[in-house]
Ligand binder design. Sequence first.
Ligand code: ADP
Ligand code: MG
Length: 477
Amino acid sequence: MTDLAITVNEVSKCFKRYRHPVDRLKEIFWPHQQRAETFWALQDINLQIFRGQTLGIVGRNGSGKSTLLQIIAGTLTPTSGYVRTNGRISALLELGSGFNPEFTGRQNVFFNGQLLGLTQAEIEARYDDIAAFADIGDFINQPVKTYSSGMYVRLGFAVATSIDPDILIVDEALSVGDEAFQRKCFSRIHDIQDRGGTILFVSHAATSVTQLCDSAILMDRGEILLEHTPKMIISKYQKMIYAEAENAERLRGEIRQMQSSFNSQAVLQEIYSRHPINGATNDGTANGATLTVTSPLETPRNNIYHDHYDPNLEPDHPIRYPGKGAEILDPHLTTPNGQRVNHLIARKIYVYTYGVKFTKPASHVRFGMLVKTISGFELAGASLQAKSRELKQIEGGTELIVEFKFKCLLSPDVYFLNAGVSGIVEGDFTYLDRWIDVAMFRVQPCEVSCSTAVVDLLVEPKLTVTSGSAAVLPEYL
Ligand SMILES: Nc1ncnc2c1ncn2[C@@H]1O[C@H](COP(=O)(O)OP(=O)(O)O)[C@@H](O)[C@H]1O
Ligand SMILES: [Mg+2]
């Protein structure tokens, strides 16, 4: 067996589209008159997926994700090109495929098990496990057409993952289930990953893609625009879906451009710089203040972290939802003594600040902030309510400054900030002004943190040798 689980070679898929359903009939009777428009759902797709890899597939609706997965799963034939797969594939495709609606859940389990290559005895042996995982009670003995979409996915996922697939394909299905069920599914997916299985995962949920996948592709209009880290793909995807129409083409071009330079040192280095903690080691200098970051690509370089402002680290596409009655001015970060920064150091104190200019009288005003990860996960937020007598009612023409002082208890990575002001203007409770991704910052490591995930809980690890002996330990691990 090779290390490749899936090879997609020059795959294109053309669908015929009819303006009116009756045109399809007319074409049968008068085949010389073409009534269909041809539509290329996939164009020249090339992809190699290694065994053990979990690939995220991200893209707008209609970008061709499901078509690609169906071709890989073998339920749809490509118009040109070919797919090679290595190992047993199990696919949880979009709702509506896979089960016969007239059969009961139990019958469908057997029916699907056979399609997946299991013998009757093998299915019998797994049936209880499948039913227990799906956990849909007596519905398992009812026709599938009576199921809710949640029950459908429960049974579909249970079947798809119970046959020890070498390749598991999951097309958006999990967004249907409740959180508890999703959690159970993710731990199953982790089991398959631990066994060395290959996974293709389509999802709009940014955190699932970043947490589950090793790499991801961004699809658009039947093409793969970019293959990169999950974080990068999610961030480009979010930019694309929020881009104004006039910027969309330019952005698309920029993303493609990235793909052509993907193998360049600079891009790879950027990927590694997003995970400085992975390569960070204490270099053993006297006070431990110097950290050496080892990128797998280059010789170690010395780096003493200090907070500063880098004009290149500004968000590309802040999104503004203009409300009425106020304007947020210049949201930015500073040190406690007012120095502007966007490269921060973990565990130090900073201030997020913005000005607000009221154009109309407003009452019950709240000022808000939100910190998000690159994948869009909302990490921390705060809101300040203007309670004091002077601020309960704010006159038009008032200008003020809001400050949110915080301790940067985050691990090294890049984060984004929102700013928003809400309140009652002209009798309506509304946003007066709101900015999404209006500022960004990079957190650099501090020398003492032992944090290994996003939020740093100021954990103080302690080790006690209870028998035997050990060399002297540093104060922190
Ligand atoms: N059977 C079909 N006949 C005609 N057009 C189709 C068919 N299946 C998908 N398409 C079209 O192909 C494009 C890609 O669809 P799809 O792969 O479902 O996208 P995604 O899963 O990314 O939302 C869409 O424009 C869709 O309308
Ligand atoms: Mg789809």
